[in-house]
Ligand binder design. Structure first.
Ligand code: UD1
Ligand code: CA
Length: 468
Protein backbone atom coordinates (compact mmCIF):
# COMPACT_ATOMS: atom_id res chain seq x y z
CA UNK A 1 0.00 0.00 0.00
CA UNK A 2 1.08 3.59 -0.63
CA UNK A 3 3.10 5.17 2.12
CA UNK A 4 0.95 7.74 3.94
CA UNK A 5 3.52 10.10 5.43
CA UNK A 6 0.84 12.67 5.96
CA UNK A 7 -1.31 10.34 8.03
CA UNK A 8 -1.56 9.61 11.75
CA UNK A 9 -3.89 7.05 13.29
CA UNK A 10 -5.81 7.20 16.57
CA UNK A 11 -7.43 3.99 17.79
CA UNK A 12 -10.00 4.26 20.56
CA UNK A 13 -9.60 1.36 22.96
CA UNK A 14 -10.29 2.76 26.42
CA UNK A 15 -13.83 1.46 26.80
CA UNK A 16 -14.77 -1.27 29.23
CA UNK A 17 -17.23 -2.89 26.88
CA UNK A 18 -19.97 -3.25 29.48
CA UNK A 19 -22.02 -5.57 27.30
CA UNK A 20 -19.17 -8.07 27.02
CA UNK A 21 -19.78 -8.87 30.75
CA UNK A 22 -16.09 -9.40 31.26
CA UNK A 23 -13.22 -8.55 33.57
CA UNK A 24 -10.99 -8.00 30.51
CA UNK A 25 -11.00 -4.87 28.36
CA UNK A 26 -13.03 -5.22 25.19
CA UNK A 27 -10.08 -4.51 22.88
CA UNK A 28 -8.37 -7.70 24.13
CA UNK A 29 -11.24 -10.06 23.43
CA UNK A 30 -10.07 -12.49 20.82
CA UNK A 31 -10.93 -13.40 17.27
CA UNK A 32 -9.18 -16.59 16.09
CA UNK A 33 -6.89 -16.42 19.12
CA UNK A 34 -5.74 -12.81 18.56
CA UNK A 35 -7.06 -9.69 20.33
CA UNK A 36 -9.37 -7.43 18.33
CA UNK A 37 -6.65 -4.78 18.60
CA UNK A 38 -4.32 -6.98 16.54
CA UNK A 39 -6.61 -6.77 13.50
CA UNK A 40 -7.33 -3.06 13.63
CA UNK A 41 -3.66 -2.23 14.17
CA UNK A 42 -2.69 -4.61 11.38
CA UNK A 43 -4.99 -2.79 8.95
CA UNK A 44 -3.80 0.63 10.16
CA UNK A 45 -0.11 -0.24 9.70
CA UNK A 46 -0.74 -1.40 6.12
CA UNK A 47 -1.02 2.31 5.31
CA UNK A 48 2.46 2.96 6.74
CA UNK A 49 1.26 5.94 8.76
CA UNK A 50 3.57 8.46 10.40
CA UNK A 51 2.49 7.25 13.84
CA UNK A 52 -0.27 5.35 15.63
CA UNK A 53 -1.81 6.33 18.98
CA UNK A 54 -3.94 3.94 21.01
CA UNK A 55 -6.19 5.48 23.65
CA UNK A 56 -6.31 3.15 26.66
CA UNK A 57 -8.27 3.34 29.90
CA UNK A 58 -10.13 0.38 31.38
CA UNK A 59 -7.50 -2.16 32.58
CA UNK A 60 -4.96 -0.17 30.60
CA UNK A 61 -1.97 -2.14 31.89
CA UNK A 62 -3.26 -5.25 30.14
CA UNK A 63 -3.74 -3.35 26.89
CA UNK A 64 -0.31 -1.71 27.15
CA UNK A 65 1.36 -5.05 27.81
CA UNK A 66 -0.23 -6.42 24.65
CA UNK A 67 0.88 -3.41 22.59
CA UNK A 68 4.45 -3.75 23.83
CA UNK A 69 4.47 -7.38 22.77
CA UNK A 70 2.96 -7.16 19.28
CA UNK A 71 3.06 -3.45 18.31
CA UNK A 72 5.93 -1.78 20.17
CA UNK A 73 5.85 1.22 17.83
CA UNK A 74 2.26 2.15 18.78
CA UNK A 75 2.00 4.96 21.36
CA UNK A 76 -0.40 4.32 24.24
CA UNK A 77 -2.24 7.38 25.56
CA UNK A 78 -4.18 7.29 28.84
CA UNK A 79 -7.82 8.28 29.12
CA UNK A 80 -8.35 7.83 32.83
CA UNK A 81 -12.12 8.31 32.86
CA UNK A 82 -14.13 7.14 29.87
CA UNK A 83 -16.39 10.10 29.21
CA UNK A 84 -17.12 9.42 25.55
CA UNK A 85 -15.50 9.11 22.15
CA UNK A 86 -14.77 12.86 21.78
CA UNK A 87 -13.14 12.86 25.22
CA UNK A 88 -11.07 9.84 24.12
CA UNK A 89 -9.73 11.61 21.02
CA UNK A 90 -9.05 14.73 23.11
CA UNK A 91 -6.71 12.60 25.26
CA UNK A 92 -4.31 12.65 22.28
CA UNK A 93 -4.33 16.46 22.02
CA UNK A 94 -1.10 16.65 24.04
CA UNK A 95 0.61 14.96 21.08
CA UNK A 96 -1.05 17.26 18.54
CA UNK A 97 2.23 18.56 17.14
CA UNK A 98 3.49 15.05 16.44
CA UNK A 99 0.41 14.20 14.41
CA UNK A 100 0.38 14.40 10.63
CA UNK A 101 -2.07 16.62 8.73
CA UNK A 102 -4.56 13.81 8.20
CA UNK A 103 -5.86 11.86 11.19
CA UNK A 104 -7.61 8.55 10.83
CA UNK A 105 -9.79 7.73 13.87
CA UNK A 106 -10.71 4.07 14.38
CA UNK A 107 -12.38 1.99 17.11
CA UNK A 108 -10.85 -1.16 18.46
CA UNK A 109 -14.29 -2.76 18.44
CA UNK A 110 -14.47 -2.65 14.65
CA UNK A 111 -11.83 -5.29 13.90
CA UNK A 112 -12.78 -6.46 10.42
CA UNK A 113 -11.97 -3.30 8.53
CA UNK A 114 -9.73 -3.72 5.48
CA UNK A 115 -6.54 -1.68 5.00
CA UNK A 116 -7.75 -0.87 1.48
CA UNK A 117 -10.95 0.72 2.78
CA UNK A 118 -8.92 2.86 5.17
CA UNK A 119 -6.69 3.96 2.29
CA UNK A 120 -9.77 4.87 0.22
CA UNK A 121 -11.14 6.89 3.12
CA UNK A 122 -7.90 8.83 3.57
CA UNK A 123 -7.73 9.41 -0.16
CA UNK A 124 -11.30 10.76 -0.29
CA UNK A 125 -10.68 13.13 2.63
CA UNK A 126 -7.57 14.42 0.89
CA UNK A 127 -9.08 14.71 -2.59
CA UNK A 128 -12.25 16.47 -1.43
CA UNK A 129 -10.31 18.64 1.04
CA UNK A 130 -12.91 17.75 3.66
CA UNK A 131 -12.60 18.71 7.30
CA UNK A 132 -13.96 15.24 8.02
CA UNK A 133 -14.82 12.21 5.92
CA UNK A 134 -16.98 9.60 7.60
CA UNK A 135 -17.09 5.98 6.56
CA UNK A 136 -20.78 5.06 6.40
CA UNK A 137 -22.65 1.89 5.56
CA UNK A 138 -26.13 0.38 5.60
CA UNK A 139 -26.98 -2.51 7.87
CA UNK A 140 -30.10 -4.63 7.41
CA UNK A 141 -30.78 -3.74 11.04
CA UNK A 142 -29.20 -0.41 11.98
CA UNK A 143 -30.31 -0.54 15.64
CA UNK A 144 -27.60 0.62 18.02
CA UNK A 145 -25.64 2.65 15.47
CA UNK A 146 -25.46 6.42 14.99
CA UNK A 147 -27.61 7.51 12.00
CA UNK A 148 -26.36 9.80 9.23
CA UNK A 149 -28.78 12.73 8.92
CA UNK A 150 -28.81 14.64 5.60
CA UNK A 151 -30.81 17.55 4.24
CA UNK A 152 -33.09 17.33 1.19
CA UNK A 153 -30.17 17.97 -1.15
CA UNK A 154 -28.18 15.14 0.38
CA UNK A 155 -25.79 17.35 2.34
CA UNK A 156 -24.58 15.84 5.58
CA UNK A 157 -26.09 17.62 8.59
CA UNK A 158 -25.20 15.51 11.61
CA UNK A 159 -24.89 12.08 13.17
CA UNK A 160 -27.52 11.22 15.74
CA UNK A 161 -26.96 8.44 18.24
CA UNK A 162 -29.60 5.73 18.62
CA UNK A 163 -30.27 6.84 22.20
CA UNK A 164 -30.97 10.41 21.08
CA UNK A 165 -32.72 9.68 17.77
CA UNK A 166 -36.30 10.74 17.06
CA UNK A 167 -38.59 7.96 15.73
CA UNK A 168 -38.27 9.19 12.11
CA UNK A 169 -34.47 9.36 12.44
CA UNK A 170 -34.42 5.74 13.63
CA UNK A 171 -35.79 4.78 10.20
CA UNK A 172 -32.59 6.02 8.55
CA UNK A 173 -30.58 3.09 7.28
CA UNK A 174 -27.27 4.87 6.62
CA UNK A 175 -25.12 4.63 9.74
CA UNK A 176 -21.85 5.88 11.14
CA UNK A 177 -19.19 3.14 11.29
CA UNK A 178 -17.12 5.16 13.79
CA UNK A 179 -14.26 5.26 11.28
CA UNK A 180 -13.28 8.74 10.16
CA UNK A 181 -10.51 10.66 8.48
CA UNK A 182 -10.09 14.22 9.77
CA UNK A 183 -8.12 17.30 8.94
CA UNK A 184 -5.96 17.45 12.07
CA UNK A 185 -6.59 21.04 13.10
CA UNK A 186 -10.33 20.97 12.31
CA UNK A 187 -10.52 17.91 14.58
CA UNK A 188 -8.62 19.21 17.60
CA UNK A 189 -10.03 22.73 17.39
CA UNK A 190 -13.55 21.31 17.09
CA UNK A 191 -13.22 18.94 20.06
CA UNK A 192 -12.96 21.89 22.45
CA UNK A 193 -16.55 22.90 21.77
CA UNK A 194 -18.19 19.51 22.22
CA UNK A 195 -20.45 19.19 25.24
CA UNK A 196 -22.15 16.27 26.95
CA UNK A 197 -25.78 17.32 27.06
CA UNK A 198 -27.31 14.20 25.58
CA UNK A 199 -29.17 11.13 26.82
CA UNK A 200 -25.95 9.36 27.84
CA UNK A 201 -24.16 12.46 29.22
CA UNK A 202 -21.15 11.58 27.08
CA UNK A 203 -18.87 13.65 24.92
CA UNK A 204 -19.76 12.29 21.47
CA UNK A 205 -17.16 12.50 18.72
CA UNK A 206 -20.07 12.35 16.30
CA UNK A 207 -21.14 15.86 17.42
CA UNK A 208 -18.19 17.29 15.53
CA UNK A 209 -20.03 16.58 12.27
CA UNK A 210 -22.91 18.92 13.03
CA UNK A 211 -20.49 21.52 14.37
CA UNK A 212 -18.30 21.49 11.25
CA UNK A 213 -21.29 21.41 8.89
CA UNK A 214 -22.93 24.35 10.70
CA UNK A 215 -19.69 26.33 10.41
CA UNK A 216 -19.77 25.79 6.65
CA UNK A 217 -16.85 23.38 6.65
CA UNK A 218 -16.85 20.50 4.22
CA UNK A 219 -17.88 17.14 5.67
CA UNK A 220 -18.20 14.15 3.35
CA UNK A 221 -19.02 10.46 3.57
CA UNK A 222 -17.48 7.42 1.94
CA UNK A 223 -20.17 4.79 1.63
CA UNK A 224 -19.13 1.17 2.05
CA UNK A 225 -21.39 -1.47 0.48
CA UNK A 226 -19.64 -4.35 2.27
CA UNK A 227 -21.05 -3.82 5.75
CA UNK A 228 -19.43 -7.03 7.06
CA UNK A 229 -16.17 -5.07 7.31
CA UNK A 230 -17.58 -2.61 9.78
CA UNK A 231 -19.62 -4.76 12.16
CA UNK A 232 -19.16 -3.32 15.63
CA UNK A 233 -18.39 -5.80 18.40
CA UNK A 234 -20.24 -4.83 21.56
CA UNK A 235 -21.21 -8.24 22.99
CA UNK A 236 -20.19 -11.89 22.75
CA UNK A 237 -22.76 -12.63 20.06
CA UNK A 238 -21.22 -9.99 17.80
CA UNK A 239 -17.76 -11.28 18.76
CA UNK A 240 -18.71 -14.73 17.44
CA UNK A 241 -20.11 -13.15 14.26
CA UNK A 242 -16.89 -11.20 13.76
CA UNK A 243 -14.86 -14.37 14.25
CA UNK A 244 -16.93 -16.16 11.60
CA UNK A 245 -16.36 -13.28 9.19
CA UNK A 246 -12.61 -13.22 9.78
CA UNK A 247 -12.43 -17.01 9.51
CA UNK A 248 -14.23 -16.90 6.17
CA UNK A 249 -11.89 -14.21 4.85
CA UNK A 250 -8.71 -16.07 5.84
CA UNK A 251 -9.91 -19.50 4.66
CA UNK A 252 -11.15 -18.16 1.34
CA UNK A 253 -7.81 -16.48 0.71
CA UNK A 254 -6.07 -19.84 1.21
CA UNK A 255 -8.58 -21.66 -0.97
CA UNK A 256 -7.99 -19.14 -3.75
CA UNK A 257 -4.27 -19.94 -3.41
CA UNK A 258 -4.96 -23.66 -4.01
CA UNK A 259 -5.50 -25.14 -0.55
CA UNK A 260 -8.42 -27.54 -0.01
CA UNK A 261 -10.32 -26.80 3.18
CA UNK A 262 -13.02 -29.42 3.49
CA UNK A 263 -15.08 -27.74 6.16
CA UNK A 264 -14.18 -24.04 6.31
CA UNK A 265 -16.67 -23.43 9.13
CA UNK A 266 -14.75 -25.89 11.28
CA UNK A 267 -11.22 -24.84 10.39
CA UNK A 268 -9.58 -22.05 12.37
CA UNK A 269 -6.46 -20.59 10.78
CA UNK A 270 -4.73 -17.38 11.83
CA UNK A 271 -3.80 -14.84 9.16
CA UNK A 272 -0.09 -15.43 9.85
CA UNK A 273 -0.18 -19.01 8.55
CA UNK A 274 1.21 -20.03 5.14
CA UNK A 275 -0.09 -23.17 3.43
CA UNK A 276 1.22 -24.72 0.20
CA UNK A 277 -0.77 -25.72 -2.85
CA UNK A 278 -2.79 -28.96 -2.90
CA UNK A 279 -2.55 -29.38 0.84
CA UNK A 280 -5.82 -30.75 2.20
CA UNK A 281 -7.04 -29.54 5.55
CA UNK A 282 -9.60 -31.88 7.07
CA UNK A 283 -12.24 -30.68 9.55
CA UNK A 284 -11.52 -29.57 13.09
CA UNK A 285 -8.06 -28.02 12.76
CA UNK A 286 -6.59 -25.02 14.59
CA UNK A 287 -3.51 -23.63 12.89
CA UNK A 288 -1.81 -20.59 14.33
CA UNK A 289 1.22 -18.38 14.80
CA UNK A 290 4.29 -18.50 12.62
CA UNK A 291 3.32 -21.74 10.92
CA UNK A 292 4.30 -22.69 7.39
CA UNK A 293 2.84 -25.86 5.88
CA UNK A 294 4.28 -27.16 2.64
CA UNK A 295 2.42 -28.33 -0.47
CA UNK A 296 0.60 -31.67 -0.75
CA UNK A 297 0.22 -32.17 2.99
CA UNK A 298 -2.70 -33.82 4.78
CA UNK A 299 -3.60 -31.95 7.92
CA UNK A 300 -6.19 -33.31 10.34
CA UNK A 301 -8.84 -34.14 11.03
CA UNK A 302 -8.66 -32.59 14.49
CA UNK A 303 -5.12 -31.29 14.64
CA UNK A 304 -3.63 -28.30 16.36
CA UNK A 305 -0.49 -26.78 14.86
CA UNK A 306 1.19 -23.65 16.23
CA UNK A 307 4.47 -21.90 15.38
CA UNK A 308 5.72 -24.87 13.37
CA UNK A 309 6.94 -25.77 9.92
CA UNK A 310 5.54 -28.83 8.20
CA UNK A 311 7.46 -30.19 5.22
CA UNK A 312 6.00 -31.12 1.84
CA UNK A 313 3.78 -34.21 1.58
CA UNK A 314 3.59 -34.70 5.35
CA UNK A 315 0.47 -35.97 7.11
CA UNK A 316 -0.55 -34.82 10.58
CA UNK A 317 -3.56 -36.75 11.83
CA UNK A 318 -5.41 -35.82 15.04
CA UNK A 319 -2.23 -34.54 16.67
CA UNK A 320 -0.82 -31.48 18.38
CA UNK A 321 2.36 -29.91 16.99
CA UNK A 322 3.78 -26.89 18.82
CA UNK A 323 6.96 -24.99 17.97
CA UNK A 324 8.39 -27.89 15.95
CA UNK A 325 9.91 -28.29 12.53
CA UNK A 326 8.65 -31.40 10.81
CA UNK A 327 10.44 -32.58 7.68
CA UNK A 328 9.12 -33.73 4.34
CA UNK A 329 7.08 -36.92 3.93
CA UNK A 330 6.54 -37.51 7.63
CA UNK A 331 3.50 -39.14 9.11
CA UNK A 332 2.43 -37.92 12.51
CA UNK A 333 -0.34 -39.42 14.61
CA UNK A 334 -3.03 -40.24 15.22
CA UNK A 335 -3.04 -38.79 18.74
CA UNK A 336 0.55 -37.65 19.14
CA UNK A 337 1.96 -34.58 20.87
CA UNK A 338 5.00 -32.94 19.29
CA UNK A 339 6.43 -30.26 21.55
CA UNK A 340 8.78 -27.30 21.01
CA UNK A 341 12.31 -27.69 19.63
CA UNK A 342 11.55 -30.96 17.92
CA UNK A 343 13.12 -31.36 14.48
CA UNK A 344 12.53 -34.27 12.15
CA UNK A 345 14.23 -35.27 8.92
CA UNK A 346 12.71 -36.72 5.75
CA UNK A 347 10.36 -39.70 5.89
CA UNK A 348 10.07 -39.88 9.68
CA UNK A 349 7.14 -41.64 11.29
CA UNK A 350 5.78 -40.68 14.69
CA UNK A 351 2.77 -42.90 15.13
CA UNK A 352 -0.05 -43.14 17.66
CA UNK A 353 0.05 -41.84 21.23
CA UNK A 354 3.65 -40.61 21.21
CA UNK A 355 5.09 -37.54 22.88
CA UNK A 356 8.26 -35.97 21.50
CA UNK A 357 9.97 -33.02 23.19
CA UNK A 358 13.14 -31.08 22.29
CA UNK A 359 14.49 -33.91 20.16
CA UNK A 360 15.82 -34.49 16.68
CA UNK A 361 14.74 -37.53 14.71
CA UNK A 362 16.72 -38.00 11.53
CA UNK A 363 15.73 -39.39 8.11
CA UNK A 364 13.55 -42.51 7.90
CA UNK A 365 13.46 -43.19 11.62
CA UNK A 366 10.31 -44.48 13.24
CA UNK A 367 8.71 -44.04 16.64
CA UNK A 368 5.48 -45.78 15.76
CA UNK A 369 3.65 -46.54 19.02
CA UNK A 370 3.07 -45.20 22.54
CA UNK A 371 6.50 -43.76 23.28
CA UNK A 372 8.03 -40.77 25.03
CA UNK A 373 11.09 -39.21 23.42
CA UNK A 374 12.59 -36.21 25.25
CA UNK A 375 15.96 -34.40 25.02
CA UNK A 376 17.03 -37.02 22.53
CA UNK A 377 18.92 -37.28 19.30
CA UNK A 378 17.79 -40.16 17.09
CA UNK A 379 19.95 -40.83 14.01
CA UNK A 380 18.92 -42.19 10.61
CA UNK A 381 16.98 -45.40 10.03
CA UNK A 382 16.29 -46.07 13.72
CA UNK A 383 13.32 -48.13 14.83
CA UNK A 384 11.96 -47.50 18.31
CA UNK A 385 9.61 -50.27 19.44
CA UNK A 386 6.27 -49.80 21.14
CA UNK A 387 6.15 -48.16 24.58
CA UNK A 388 9.73 -46.96 24.84
CA UNK A 389 10.64 -44.16 27.19
CA UNK A 390 13.70 -41.96 27.28
CA UNK A 391 14.05 -41.38 31.00
CA UNK A 392 15.35 -37.84 30.75
CA UNK A 393 14.55 -36.42 34.19
CA UNK A 394 16.05 -37.49 37.50
CA UNK A 395 13.89 -35.16 39.55
CA UNK A 396 16.53 -32.41 39.42
CA UNK A 397 17.84 -32.02 35.89
CA UNK A 398 17.25 -33.14 32.33
CA UNK A 399 19.70 -35.47 30.57
CA UNK A 400 20.30 -36.38 26.94
CA UNK A 401 19.80 -39.65 25.12
CA UNK A 402 21.70 -40.34 21.92
CA UNK A 403 20.56 -43.11 19.60
CA UNK A 404 22.92 -43.51 16.65
CA UNK A 405 22.05 -44.48 13.05
CA UNK A 406 20.58 -47.91 12.36
CA UNK A 407 19.71 -48.78 15.97
CA UNK A 408 16.79 -51.06 16.79
CA UNK A 409 15.18 -50.53 20.19
CA UNK A 410 12.91 -53.39 21.31
CA UNK A 411 9.52 -52.66 22.81
CA UNK A 412 8.97 -51.47 26.37
CA UNK A 413 12.51 -50.28 26.87
CA UNK A 414 13.64 -47.58 29.27
CA UNK A 415 16.70 -45.60 28.21
CA UNK A 416 17.90 -43.94 31.41
CA UNK A 417 19.70 -40.75 30.39
CA UNK A 418 22.41 -39.67 30.01
CA UNK A 419 22.96 -42.62 27.74
CA UNK A 420 24.23 -43.38 24.25
CA UNK A 421 23.19 -46.31 22.06
CA UNK A 422 25.93 -46.88 19.45
CA UNK A 423 25.51 -47.30 15.71
CA UNK A 424 23.57 -50.39 14.55
CA UNK A 425 23.18 -51.63 18.13
CA UNK A 426 20.16 -53.66 19.18
CA UNK A 427 18.42 -53.28 22.52
CA UNK A 428 16.31 -56.21 23.61
CA UNK A 429 12.66 -55.62 24.51
CA UNK A 430 11.88 -54.85 28.12
CA UNK A 431 15.39 -53.63 28.92
CA UNK A 432 16.24 -50.88 31.36
CA UNK A 433 19.39 -49.42 29.84
CA UNK A 434 21.50 -47.43 32.27
CA UNK A 435 24.89 -47.67 30.57
CA UNK A 436 26.10 -46.79 27.08
CA UNK A 437 25.79 -49.50 24.44
CA UNK A 438 28.79 -49.62 22.07
CA UNK A 439 28.32 -49.74 18.28
CA UNK A 440 26.89 -53.00 16.94
CA UNK A 441 26.23 -54.56 20.37
CA UNK A 442 23.14 -56.43 21.51
CA UNK A 443 22.14 -55.10 24.92
CA UNK A 444 19.82 -57.02 27.21
CA UNK A 445 19.05 -55.61 30.63
CA UNK A 446 16.18 -57.55 32.12
CA UNK A 447 15.50 -60.45 34.51
CA UNK A 448 16.31 -63.93 33.20
CA UNK A 449 13.22 -65.99 32.47
CA UNK A 450 12.59 -69.24 34.35
CA UNK A 451 9.99 -71.77 33.12
CA UNK A 452 8.90 -73.97 36.06
CA UNK A 453 7.56 -77.37 35.01
CA UNK A 454 3.97 -77.95 36.21
CA UNK A 455 4.22 -74.60 38.02
CA UNK A 456 0.90 -73.24 36.76
CA UNK A 457 -0.94 -76.38 37.84
CA UNK A 458 0.63 -76.36 41.28
CA UNK A 459 -0.10 -72.65 41.77
CA UNK A 460 -3.81 -73.08 41.00
CA UNK A 461 -4.12 -76.13 43.25
CA UNK A 462 -2.58 -74.20 46.15
CA UNK A 463 -4.95 -71.25 45.59
CA UNK A 464 -8.02 -73.48 45.53
CA UNK A 465 -6.91 -75.22 48.74
CA UNK A 466 -6.34 -71.87 50.49
CA UNK A 467 -9.87 -70.73 49.61
CA UNK A 468 -11.71 -73.89 50.73
C1 UD1 B 1 -20.05 4.59 18.23
C2 UD1 B 1 -20.56 5.88 17.55
C3 UD1 B 1 -21.75 5.53 16.66
C4 UD1 B 1 -21.38 4.45 15.66
C5 UD1 B 1 -20.80 3.23 16.37
C6 UD1 B 1 -20.24 2.27 15.33
C7 UD1 B 1 -20.14 7.74 19.11
C8 UD1 B 1 -20.77 8.67 20.09
N1 UD1 B 1 -20.96 6.82 18.55
O1 UD1 B 1 -21.09 4.15 19.10
O2 UD1 B 1 -22.22 6.68 15.99
O3 UD1 B 1 -22.51 4.09 14.88
O4 UD1 B 1 -19.73 3.61 17.24
O5 UD1 B 1 -19.75 1.09 15.92
O6 UD1 B 1 -18.98 7.85 18.85
N2 UD1 B 1 -14.13 4.59 23.73
C9 UD1 B 1 -13.07 5.15 24.41
N3 UD1 B 1 -13.31 6.04 25.41
C10 UD1 B 1 -14.56 6.43 25.76
C11 UD1 B 1 -15.66 5.85 25.06
C12 UD1 B 1 -15.42 4.95 24.05
O7 UD1 B 1 -11.92 4.85 24.12
O8 UD1 B 1 -14.68 7.26 26.67
C13 UD1 B 1 -13.86 3.63 22.66
C14 UD1 B 1 -14.44 2.26 22.93
O9 UD1 B 1 -13.47 1.45 23.59
C15 UD1 B 1 -14.74 1.75 21.53
C16 UD1 B 1 -15.02 3.01 20.73
O10 UD1 B 1 -14.49 4.08 21.49
O11 UD1 B 1 -13.65 1.10 20.96
C17 UD1 B 1 -16.51 3.24 20.46
O12 UD1 B 1 -17.19 3.35 21.68
P1 UD1 B 1 -18.59 2.65 21.93
O13 UD1 B 1 -19.03 2.98 23.31
O14 UD1 B 1 -18.54 1.23 21.55
O15 UD1 B 1 -19.50 3.47 20.90
P2 UD1 B 1 -20.87 3.01 20.23
O16 UD1 B 1 -21.96 3.19 21.21
O17 UD1 B 1 -20.73 1.68 19.62
CA1 CA C 1 -19.16 0.11 19.62
Amino acid sequence: MVKQNNLSVIILAAGKGTRMKSSYPKALHQILGKPMLYYILGSAYLLEPKNVFVVVGYKKDLVKAYLEKDFPRAIAVDQDRQLGTAHAVAAVSGHRKKLAGQVLVLSSDCPLIDGKTLANLAQKQDKTQSSATILSTEFPDPAGYGRIVKDRDGNLLKVVEEADAAPDQKLIKQVNTSIYCFHRDRLFDGLKDIGSSNTQNEYYLTDIVEQLAAAGKKVSTLHLADYAQVLGVNDRIQLAEAEKSMQKKINEKLMVQGVTIRDPQNTYIQDTVIVGQDTIIHPGCLISGKTAIGPDCRIGPFSQIADSTIGDRTAVNASVVLGASIGKENTIGPYSYIRPYTHTGIGVKIGGFCEVKKSTIDHKSKVPHLSYVGDTHIGKGVNVGASCVTVNYDGFSKHKTIIEDGVFIGSDTMLVAPVRIGKDALVAAGSVITEDVPDGCLAIARGVQKNIQQGALRYREKKRKDQS
